[in-house]
Design a protein around this ligand. Structure first.
Ligand code: NAG
Length: 402
């Protein structure tokens, strides 16, 4: 009993110390001229390494950082984490025995909240934004899905790849396509409306390639049904489950992806033009897979959407080089081959990539550094941007969500 009390007191002391540490490192607003530094600091903190000494270390040290479960594990494991940070990318193991789903969720919520902080004025600056037309279309679709009772959890659907009534039916239509059935490797986005696509991929004995949430925490995870205990495939289709059962891969993994499934906010069936939720992750994921040689121009890109997400006013001439078009659209009621003539992106367009976005995504910094070392040139950097707002997220632990 005495031991138990001492243990509890120690626990509370450690908790308070951690909270004080976090307070002391609260990021300032995005208008603060020091902001980029603080992004770096907060990223370093992601790996529990925001100390004087570690801030002086080059970012390379964080390249092979461990998957999330270790991040909340308290002070004792800091040394272990730093040691793991030296491991080669892609070599980190994710044994399901040591996987802490609650810590993973908590850290993910914290990152989401951090991303949202300081973005409040993004809407106000949309006027001056040359991409404002995209936001007008997105808002129209999000509003319509909510107003017409089509939206499904997580809600509100604003600033997300919206989940919709009939999403599993749209996925089943995709599952019946030859191009899906003949695929061995399928890359699927991690959002709720494509959960059934992930399920069909795993239960169809295909390899599922899915990004770790927001790519902040790592890169892609690979899963197949062999890696998932019997009865756990539905769980493996959630983002927590994918991280729990999946094997993280690095940029050097030799893979060939046969089909890309991408989430959309709006798509134009007559041109194949697509709008995502505006964070640019799908474009970056696509570009990185191109860099890895995992996909090429001939790799089909399919999206599943509700019919209400079909639009006819995306001006193709205003799309940017990194915007990813779709070849096939599956809705609960139809399958559309767009025969798109919009060129597919050829890789990452560094000159378009803002320092803020680069600061968000560790694997991109690794890739940039690597290309610069390989080619002996300095890659360009895009103009500064105000990152768009992210979806409203509760801090409650929910497992079914992205
Ligand atoms: C794409 O081409 C096929 C025939 O090759 C045609 O049936 C289909 O209608 C075309 N799609 C669009 C959106 O025009």
């Amino acid at each position: 009993m005495r031991l138990f009390r001492i243990g509890m007191m120690l626990f509370v002391v450690v908790l308070l110390a951690r909270r004080a540490h976090r307070r002391a490192h609260m990021p300032a607003s995005r208008d603060d001229p020091k902001f980029p530094t603080q992004i770096r600091c907060s990223l370093a903190r992601e790996w529990g390494a925001c100390t004087e000494a570690s801030q002086a270390m080059p970012p390379l040290l964080f390249l092979g950082a461990p998957p999330l479960p270790l991040c909340l594990a308290g002070r004792a494991s800091r040394r272990a984490r730093l040691a793991m940070a030296f491991a080669a990318p892609g070599s980190s193991s994710s044994s399901s025995a040591s996987f802490d789903a609650a810590a993973f969720e908590a850290e993910r919520h914290r990152l989401d909240a951090a991303a949202r902080d300081g973005m409040a004025s993004a809407a106000a600056s949309a006027e001056a934004d040359p991409r404002a037309w995209k936001w007008a279309i997105r808002k129209r679709v999000w509003d319509a899905l909510e107003a017409e009772g089509i939206a499904r959890d997580p809600r509100p659907v604003h600033h997300r790849i919206p989940n919709f009534d009939g999403a599993p039916a749209a996925a089943d239509a995709l599952g019946r396509l030859d191009v899906f059935q003949n695929s061995q490797w399928v890359k699927v986005n991690p959002d709720s409306p494509q959960k059934q696509v992930r399920f069909l991929t795993l239960s169809g004995d295909k390899k599922l390639l899915t990004p770790q949430p927001r790519l902040r925490t790592g890169f892609f995870s690979v899963l197949d049904s062999q890696m998932v205990p019997i009865g756990c495939i539905p769980e493996a289709c959630t983002s927590v489950g994918a991280a729990k059962y999946g094997r993280p891969i690095g940029l050097d993994e030799r893979i060939k992806v046969d089909l890309i499934v991408i989430g959309s906010v709006a798509v134009d069936p007559s041109s194949g033009a697509r709008l995502g939720k505006g964070e640019g992750f799908a474009e970056l994921e696509y570009g990185m897979l191109r860099y890895m040689g995992a996909i090429d121009d001939s790799t089909m890109i399919v999206t599943t959407v509700h019919d209400k997400q079909l639009v006819d006013d995306i001006p193709v001439e205003k799309l940017l080089v990194h915007d990813v078009p779709v070849d096939i659209i599956c809705t609960p009621t139809q399958v559309i081959f767009t025969n798109t003539t919009i060129p597919k992106p050829q890789g990452i367009y560094w000159e378009k990539l803002s320092p803020e976005k680069l600061g968000q995504i560790r694997i991109l910094r690794e890739l940039k550094k690597r290309i610069e070392q390989e080619t002996g040139t300095v890659l360009p950097c895009g103009p500064s941007e105000k990152l768009p707002p992210t979806a409203q997220r509760t801090r409650r632990v929910r497992r079914q969500r992205r």
